[in-house]
Design a protein around this ligand. Structure first.
Ligand SMILES: C[S@@+](CC[C@H](N)C(=O)[O-])C[C@H]1O[C@@H](n2cnc3c(N)ncnc32)[C@H](O)[C@@H]1O
Length: 249
């Protein structure tokens, strides 16, 4: 086991431990999507053969992980990362029969209504899903009774003013899209299109996030502001929000 693998050892994610830290860090676009995917799958049952949309999959690490670990077929859909690049990773991971890289914008998805058994989004849904009307579009690609699940950076609660004073030196304006689990519950339930069955702060999510950033910083040799922000906050405000819902019939 090399030094990076030791830095990313995390007993909360036993399935993720089977994947090399180098593979995860080289594909990183945000806090470890493989851990986040495992955390989501813990509350969103996935069965072999299910058709899963992974929207905003980035470098498709979460898609590859879900296909390998749960035997699902994944449409790895992203805007910033082109599908030929993701196809290379998919072939290297030997899951080209299970993971299909797709280039699409979240508002122009090239899928049939009711096609998927489940739709997930990891570290990405807050880029497009805070619009009140987006769930109505997104959910139609999932069969009635199918599941939708997201995990992404979030806040412990909704604050009257942002940023909380202790985070002021680190705050970027687009963190305004980070919301609490209860915010997402209400955001989805008010549509009447889904029943939210799980909405929480990932237990120890801030520790995972900090551990991830510290490993990435050590690997790059550059101490990052984000790790400092997470250390100072110590989980009082920042973490991961995890929400799952079922499309109503
Ligand atoms: C921070 S990256 C996270 C990627 C990956 N899920 C991960 O956790 O490493 C956010 C991803 O959201 C995707 N994204 C943002 N806006 C999008 C949009 N309008 N349509 C499709 N994908 C979008 C980007 O392409 C990007 O890969």
């Amino acid at each position: 086991m090399d030094e990076l693998d030791v830095l990313l050892r995390n007993e909360r994610y036993p399935r993720s431990a089977r994947y090399s830290a180098r593979w995860m860090i080289d594909g990183a676009m945000g806090p470890n999507p493989v851990w986040q995917a495992e955390a989501l799958a813990a509350v969103l049952p996935l069965e072999p053969g299910m058709r899963v949309l992974d929207l905003g999959c980035g470098t498709a690490l979460s898609s590859i992980f879900l296909a390998k670990e749960y035997g699902v077929e994944v449409w790895a859909t992203d805007l910033w990362v082109k599908p030929d690049e993701n196809l290379r990773r998919v072939v290297e991971a030997q899951v080209e029969d299970k993971v299909h890289p797709i280039y699409a914008e979240a508002h122009a998805l090239p899928f049939a209504d009711d096609f998927f058994d489940a739709a997930v989004s990891i570290g990405a849904y807050h880029y497009f899903g805070t619009d009140d009307l987006y769930l109505g579009y997104f959910s139609r690609f999932v069969k009635r009774g199918g599941r939708i699940g997201i995990v992404q950076p979030g806040l412990a609660e909704e604050y009257e003013t942002l940023p909380p004073p202790h985070l002021e030196p680190y705050w970027s304006w687009d963190f305004c899209a980070w919301h609490s689990a209860e915010w997402w519950r209400r955001h989805w339930e008010k549509t009447g299109l889904v029943t939210v069955d799980h909405a929480d702060r990932l237990p120890d999510g801030w520790r995972d996030w900090l551990q991830w950033n510290e490993a990435c910083d050590q690997d790059s040799g550059t101490p990052g502001q984000e790790a400092e922000m997470l250390r100072i906050d110590a989980g009082s405000t920042l973490g991961f929000t995890r929400v799952t819902a079922q499309r109503t019939s």
